[in-house]
Design a protein around this ligand. Structure first.
Ligand code: 13P
Length: 301
């Protein structure tokens, strides 16, 4: 049966001029049928460049919205329509308006894991791959940063700018237990520890490198190391094992995002079969939000 679904997905994809984009956290079966697997920034750039008739996005809501902003002519369907991001829900456009009143001279940089309404209020978005570069490119010395506190704290250590950080967080990364990482370190003393900057500071202090998911892949590709302890959502382990079968990976702890794990092959098939008009964004909101997102794609690696 799964093979039949895969064949049907391939047939419909070709027939409809569709592409399937999957974030590196997606379940292995989803990564395997995707045309592109990548981090938030890579997938945004691919959506803009490919401008396919239909984009089936396997990830969470803010990612599909970002793809739609960058490729407005495409129909962009989120394969698992209920998949949302707990971090994005932590801060609204109204919250940012209040912060701007409090810090009138400051620019604002919002992590792309955010609502459209927040994107529409900010000078630029960033991803974990280019957060430091975007903050450094901001036109003022003070920067309001949100919604992720852990990422903001980490960026604040890499820049001379003064950051005003919103106290939001990713429930999956924030819930990880540092004792698990310490146990893994004791079991694999030779391993390199790579941690996503959405993790709490105590994880970052134990890490050899603090990197987004795309940065982890680039680092491992250039590393002589054979074993790695990975501090991010567990779907990433499948991605790494597929890319680097000769190396070994273990999770730094229990970091599971249920929303990221929601997508099924049946969801993708349904998205390809239906006349779903996909993500719809009111014009004025799209204009304001896409400026911040475009700026993000133009800055950094
Ligand atoms: P990346 O920017 O590394 O793709 O991470 C996205 C994300 O949602 C992390 O939780």
């Amino acid at each position: 049966m799964p093979n039949k679904i895969r064949e049907e997905i391939k047939r419909l994809k070709d027939e409809r001029g569709a592409i399937i984009l999957a974030h590196s956290y997606q379940p292995g079966v989803i990564q395997d049928v995707a045309d592109f697997v990548g981090d938030s920034l890579e997938l945004s750039r691919i959506a803009a460049k490919e401008a396919a008739e239909l984009v089936v996005f396997c990830g969470v809501k803010f990612m599909a919205e970002t793809a739609k902003l960058l490729s407005p002519e495409s129909i962009v369907v989120l394969a698992a329509p209920r998949a949302d991001c707990s971090l994005a829900a932590c801060m609204s456009g109204e919250d940012l308006r209040k912060m701007k009143k409090k810090y009138p001279g400051a620019s604002s940089v919002m992590y792309v894991n955010s609502t459209l309404d927040l994107k529409a209020e900010t000078w630029s978005c960033c991803t974990s791959a280019n957060s430091v570069e975007v903050v450094n490119a901001a036109p003022s010395n003070e920067v309001i940063f949100g919604p992720d506190r852990n990422l903001g704290t980490w960026v604040a250590e890499q820049t001379d700018k003064k950051l005003h950080i919103w106290p939001g967080g990713c429930h999956a990364h924030s819930g990880a237990d540092i004792r698990d990482l310490r146990d893994k370190k004791a079991e694999w003393p030779d391993a390199e520890i790579l941690v996503h900057p959405e993790s709490p500071s105590v994880f970052l202090w134990e890490a050899d490198e603090v990197l987004g998911t795309g940065g982890m892949i680039r680092h491992i590709r250039n590393s002589q190391g054979k074993r790695f302890i990975i501090g991010t959502e567990e779907g990433m382990l499948y991605r790494l094992q597929t890319l680097f079968p000769e190396k070994e990976f273990v999770a730094a702890g229990i970091i599971i995002c249920d929303d990221m794990q929601m997508t099924t092959l049946e969801d993708i098939l349904k998205a390809l079969e239906s006349d779903d008009p996909g993500i719809q964004i009111p014009v004025e909101l799209a204009e304001r939000a896409s400026e911040a997102v475009r700026r993000m794609t133009e800055i950094g690696k």
